[in-house]
Design a protein around this ligand. Structure first.
Ligand SMILES: [Zn+2]
Length: 157
């Protein structure tokens, strides 16, 4: 975000301008992704069911975006759906965006900061009281145990 109060924020503005110039490819600012992470996060792929590292994983903590560190989900909202992917019945408000999937049927979920692909959201399955299932690829997220410092977000604005 570039401040409009240029006179009072000369320094802030110039720092922002420099980082913008350095980031002609915004991926330079983001976490480096391996091939599998690129396939899923950038090219909207899907990991094989029952194979993800967080499929059967229920420790206390938060899940951040693998690409930009944006906090997306907490362990409090994770539940066992049996579908083969990590399932949450609620996102951290304002951090996940719903968009129509290219298939014309499903609703895709993406990180609200870097727009990396997370998975899909389904409603009306009556699996939890909230009646919502965020079906998320383990590859798209990174678990941070409770009490451990959360890394800074790579802002994509
Ligand atoms: Zn992100």
């Amino acid at each position: 975000m570039i401040s409009l109060k240029r006179k009072n924020n000369q320094r802030k503005l110039s720092v922002r301008s420099i980082s913008y110039l350095l980031s002609t490819r915004h991926s330079l600012l983001m976490n480096k992704l391996n091939e599998e992470e690129q396939r899923i996060i950038l090219h909207k792929g899907t990991e094989r069911p029952f194979t993800g590292e967080y499929d059967k994983f229920y420790e206390q903590g938060i899940y951040i975006c693998r690409q930009c560190n944006n906090p997306l989900y907490t362990s409090d909202d994770k539940f066992s759906s049996g579908c083969g992917w990590p399932s949450f019945d609620q996102e951290i408000e304002g951090h996940v965006k719903n968009v129509p999937d290219a298939d014309g049927r499903r609703v895709e979920i993406i990180c609200n900061n870097c727009e990396g692909h997370l998975g899909h959201v389904f409603t009306g399955e009556r699996l939890t009281e909230k009646n919502t299932r965020h079906c998320v690829n383990s590859v798209s997220i990174q678990f941070i145990p409770a009490g451990k410092e959360v890394p800074a977000i790579h802002e994509n604005k």
